[in-house]
Structures are given as C-alpha cells and as structure tokens.
Design a protein around this ligand. Sequence first.
Ligand code: AMP
Length: 417
Amino acid sequence: MIQSIRGFRDILPGEVERWQHIEATASTLLQSFGFREIRIPVLEKTELFCRSIGEQTDIVEKEMYTFPDRKGDMLTLRPEATASVVRAYIQHKLFAANPVQKLYTIGPMFRRERPQKGRYRQFYQINAEVFGVSSPLMDAQIIFMLATLLGRLGIRDCTVHLNSLGCPACRPGFKAALAGLLTRHTGELCEDCRRRAERNPLRVLDCKVPGCRQALADAPSMVDHLCDACKEHFASVQNHLETLGVPYILDNRLVRGLDYYTRTTFEIQTGLLGAQSAVTGGGRYDGLVQALGGPEIPGIGFAIGLDRLVELHALVQEVSGVHPKVFFCALGNAAQRMASEWICRLAAEGIEAEMDLSDKSLKNQMKQADRSLAPLVVMIGENELAEGQAVIRDMASREQHKAPIAGLLDVLRNTGK
Ligand code: AMP
C-alpha cells in the first residue's frame, strides 16, 4: 500500500469542518479590516526565496523543497507566502493606482523540518500583508486584529510578544555588540549557533538550547540600540496597543527566522501546545519590496499557523459535523426513481438529502439512515406509491406520520425552518 509522505497528512471529513469554520471566521474578519484575498502559486523560482528570506536562514539553508524542472530551471515549493505576495504586488504593479494594498491568502507551505506534533512538512498558513503604510498605528491594528480573531474563536491563554529589530541605520551597531559577546562565549554555544554567530548572529538569540540561553543571559537588547526614529515608532506601537486594550510583553529575544524584518516584530504564543508555542508571527519589512525590484514601499504582515490554530480551537470548542436533512428509504424501482429525483431537486436548492441506491432491505436502509444523522426519514414503497402517501419519521421523537406525496417536497423544505 502506498502511504502519504512523512510530514504530509490528509485532513479528513469530520476534521475539515473545523478548518472551514476557522478559515471563514478569519476571512470575514480580515475583510472587515479592509483586506482582499489574493491567490498565488505554490511553486516559484528558487531565487525569489533566496533573495527575500535570506541565504543564511534555516529555511533557505536546510528546509526548502527545491528541484530542477525538466528544463533545468530551479524551482521551490513555497516555504512561506510573503515573498510571493510581494512578487505579485510588484509584477502586477498593484502599487500604481494606490500603493496602499491590504492582501491576504490562505494555503499550504512546505518546509523540510523534522516532523513532530504541531510541525509538519506541508502546513497551512493564513497570510496577510499591508503595503504602503509606514505608520506604527498599522502595526498595532494588525496585532489587535489577530487578538480579535483568537477571541472570536474562543481561544484564550495566548500572549502577544513584541520586539523591534531596528532598521539598517541602527541594527548594525546592535549586531556588532552581539557578535562581540558571541565571540567571548563561543565555547558554550551549540554547533548551529557557532555557525550562526558568524553569519547571522541575531538568530542565536532565539535558540532554545539551554547552554546557548545561559551564554546569552546578559546579551545586549536591540531595543537599547534603536535609533531615534525606530524608538519613536516602537513607542507608538505600544501606545496604540494600550489604547486598543491589547496586552503584550516585550520580548527582546524575538528575532524570527527571516532576514527581511525591520522594526516591529511580534508573535502570539500559547502554553497549550507544548514545544510548538507560536501560533502566529509577523512584522514589518520596510525594505523588502525594494529588495525584490519594486519601488521603495514599506510593508508589514503576518502568518497564522492554521494547523496550530485548529489544534487550539479543538481544545476549546466543538464543531458539529455536516449531515443530511433527510434520508429517503425507497423500496422498489419506481420509489427509488422518485426519491432520486427529490434528492436532486432538494440539493439544487441547497438542502442535503441522501438515499441508498443498492436495493437493501428496509431494515438495513433504516440502519443507514440512523448513521447518516439525518433528523428526518421518508419511507416509500409500492404501497405508499399506490396510496399517494409517504411515511415521514422524526428520528429524534421516533414519531411518524403519513403525508401526501404530491406536497412532500414542500413539507421537507419547511420542516425545521
Ligand atoms: P513563520 O513563517 O516561520 O513565521 O511561521 C508562522 C507560523 O506558521 C508559526 O507561528 C507557526 O504557527 C506556523 N508554522 C511554521 N512552521 C510550521 C510547521 N512546520 N508546521 C506547522 N506550523 C508551522
């Protein structure tokens, strides 16, 4: 038997209703905040991700599904969506009419990480990006929107972590201070961090290995190195979050895994999911549009991990499955044809109905009706056809009565309204 690939999974009926509920709740909220959906390909030129995410990040170094196509062009299954949305924004000159664009997209991402609970190789994200707004009020609005989404889904026990990564003017000073400290502590760092220390020192800050944590106990903080403009921006974000009533904690270890972030970065974390605590993360990327060949236009965005959001939601809320409104038990050819026609007519009106098409006995059809969870069952056989009456059974009360076949569809349409 051929099995699915490790880290790639099926989302089955019964579970998928929760995904649909969450996606619909998120889409509605995003649209209320002025976001419009964009759909982008899952496959892109490898270069797009190398240039945006950064050559020296874990994603680009170790995790991308990259392969040559039949002509030898290097392609990559997208590991994240921001790069593609930025590419589309530039390619279609979406900035021409109005640089301010709010876009969101929902879909799968691919990273070859070690699969474990809450970590998959194909996972799903809701991504949203705002282009053309440099105001710190937008940073706070986005975080407020995310907190609102979690609230709407009934998810509590989440904390907003906030940091600023500064800008090209102030970050180099911080990087140098950090690199100095890392050189003094090289011996205590894990193998990955020794490599990072030289090429991407910021990433050492969010290493979870206890030895590295200890070595960095008195690491400098980016916030202490911010230039005046970044300091003011960060203060405004915090001030507006307070106005909006969103609690947050300052987390100077929050550097995130992608190179393109500037200024505000944030994550919403939960203690309910074990090691995989980040439900959503994002930040500002004021230089990215230009770095990918577009005009100098600022941006900010986030990605919600849908797999984790679904898992959190399952802890707090039941989602009822979908079932038909009526199940027809039809005996004999003529009754089957009639039931089949009714099913089609009802379905075309948006009412789900079901029947058995394999000539089972009434007893077996009733068993199936039970399993379908349909609240109503209609029974018709030769006698009922001759009489012009069908039997309608209310599955909850177990009461049944006869109803004229001629008006049956109307009765079914109106029951339970
Ligand atoms: P990132 O794009 O790395 O900032 O991730 C954004 C969010 O996507 C994270 O907060 C996670 O919730 C989710 N995420 C990232 N990687 C995975 C993965 N391998 N499996 C499941 N969810 C993930």
